[in-house]
Design a protein around this ligand. Structure first.
Ligand code: CA
Length: 227
């Protein structure tokens, strides 16, 4: 799709310009970086739809960049195509193991690059559509994939534990969950959850939901539900 943002992380000026020129003529928006750290910085400022990542970079190498991006929730779903020299077989394997979607060996023809890039973008769009799980309850929208909650259209900040609890309640509106069931649901969030702390978390969630907070009901002696 034209207008998709591609970040090109490549230290060799000529290759960077060649890639950028060819992709721009196909209608893509190009962001350029000439080192690993600059690349990571640019991803954080402006999340691209795909990253072309050279492995041999002057500061931190492409594998390290890949590892860092795949470790963070906010960036782990951005597809990465690695650019490698033919002799770097072990790098290709490491890159794929780290979660890169594909690789292209240098030298490559612009047409091959564009075909590969399109294939990866298409696969990614399909996967996103299949996984898109937005729960809507009253004026609360919970996007499990983006880890985002909108209240009356406004993005609100929940902690990981609050997000897990709210998501759990919202999977079955009307259903009453005991404190223990809620604890089970949020285990693994690195939060020492006790029955009492569930109450504290719920208070926090209600507050952050503002006027929508009233839909989280306390069912005396039993637990909580979303009306
Ligand atoms: Ca290089």
């Amino acid at each position: 799709m034209p207008g998709e943002k591609i970040l090109v992380i490549e230290d060799e000026h000529d290759i960077r310009e060649l890639i950028s020129y060819n992709l721009e003529s196909e209608g893509y928006d190009i962001i350029k970086a000439s080192s690993g750290n600059e690349g990571i910085e640019k991803v954080q400022k402006n999340v691209p739809d795909l990253i072309l990542l050279d492995i041999m970079l002057p500061d931190i190498d492409g594998l390290e960049v890949c590892r860092k991006l795949k470790r963070e929730d906010a960036t782990k779903d951005i597809p990465i195509i690695m650019l490698t020299a033919k002799s770097e077989d072990s790098d290709i394997i490491s890159g794929l193991e780290l979660g890169a979607e594909d690789y292209i060996t240098k030298p490559f023809s612009p047409r091959v690059l564009i075909a590969r890039l399109r294939a990866v973008l298409r696969r990614n769009t399909d996967a996103n559509e299949a996984e898109s799980t937005v729960l809507t309850v009253h004026e609360i929208q919970i996007d499990a994939k983006k880890h985002e909650v909108l209240v009356e259209g406004e993005n609100i900040n929940l902690s990981a534990t609050e997000f897990a609890i709210l998501s759990h309640l919202a999977t079955n509106p009307g259903w009453v969950f005991s404190r223990n069931q809620i604890i089970d649901a949020v285990r693994g969030q690195n939060y020492p959850v006790t029955e009492r702390s569930v109450d504290v978390q719920i208070l926090g969630i209600r507050k952050k939901l503002g006027s929508q907070g009233r839909y989280i009901e306390t069912v005396r002696g039993v637990g909580y539900r979303i009306k």
